[in-house]
Design a protein around this ligand. Structure first.
Ligand code: LMR
Length: 296
């Protein structure tokens, strides 16, 4: 866990500095990671972001400072991905449904109705090779996908009882920017309308749309129940997130144990070459003091 948090914090920090901060400039002031999101703090994503802040600051001894901007206070859905690409924020966790407009439509597979029976099955996908392959797609957009975060399953709401497929006919539904969600509502004979999450409450209140789909935590924290007469437990779809940072200019490579050994072996002649200059007894003393053998 500690390693993961540190890796995430350094990925975001590297994107911020472009790996250009020299030792002097990096030494004093903390590296600030701005983490923007669109939901309330008291939701799965809000809590995960706050936890990340707590652990990243703790594990870096305050060298990294994470500023969380919840509830679209900094950017709305579409803007936040643009802001990340421009470097105005360093970390986001947009829902899978929001990557289509920047040209990565594959994450919309998570939007297919009834494709995930439960969270355990979801984990099997996201923690396996398929999940890793999907994260890799972000590279082409200058982003690095660090992790999948959960919210949960979606429910339907409207001012009319939604019990049969026919009940959806002709109603306007707010959707996230996903073509799969558009197809889902069109299939039911409804009229989908893409809208930023922060605008949903008002759109429901003023009748710009008749209904919406979302998770219980999002519905409750946005107070949608104040402006919707009926909620139907459908669990028809899933909302989860991809934690993304802008890719730094420098790619960090890791060596396999074999490559590491080859590097060490390749550099061993240095010890012999400089023995007369530095002094073999001093080198021996040094190695004894550090308890180190250069080959491991
Ligand atoms: C939505 O726009 O409905 C959700 O993606 C919001 C969120 O981030 O959970």
């Amino acid at each position: 866990m500690r390693k993961l948090i540190l890796a995430a914090a350094s990925a975001a920090a590297l994107a911020l500095t472009g790996f250009s901060a020299g030792p002097a400039s990096a030494a004093d002031s903390p590296i600030v990671i701005k983490f923007s999101h669109v939901v309330a703090s008291d939701t799965p994503k809000g809590k995960a972001a706050d936890k990340f802040k707590e652990l990243a600051e703790k594990y870096t001894n305050g060298k990294v400072k994470v500023e969380i901007y919840p509830n679209s206070t900094l950017y709305k859905d579409k803007e936040e991905l643009e802001a990340l690409q421009l470097g105005a924020v360093q970390m986001l966790a947009p829902s899978n449904s929001k990557f289509g407009p920047i040209g990565i439509k594959e994450f919309e597979v998570f939007d297919l109705p009834y494709i995930l029976p439960d969270l355990k099955t979801l984990r099997k996908v996201t923690d396996g090779p398929l999940g890793a392959r999907l994260l890799k797609l972000l590279d082409s957009k200058g982003m690095t996908g660090l992790a999948y975060w959960d919210n949960g399953f979606k429910q339907m709401s409207a001012n009319k009882k939604l019990l049969e497929p026919a009940d959806y006919k002709g109603l306007k539904f707010r959707i996230q920017s996903s073509k799969v969600l558009e197809a889902q509502f069109r299939t039911l004979g409804a009229i989908p309308q893409v809208m930023a999450f922060s605008d949903v409450y008002q759109a429901l209140q003023t009748g710009v749309v008749d209904g919406q789909e979302n998770t219980w935590s999002n519905i409750y924290t946005q107070k949608m129940h104040e402006v919707q007469k009926y909620m139907t437990t459908t669990n028809h779809g899933y909302i989860g997130y991809v934690v993304v940072v802008k890719t730094g200019k420098t790619e960090i490579l890791s060596l396999t144990p074999e490559q590491d050994e080859a590097m060490r072996k390749a550099m061993m002649p240095v010890y012999k070459d400089v023995a007369s200059r530095v002094g073999q007894p001093l080198i021996d003393e040094f190695l004894k003091e550090t308890g180190r053998s250069p080959m491991n």
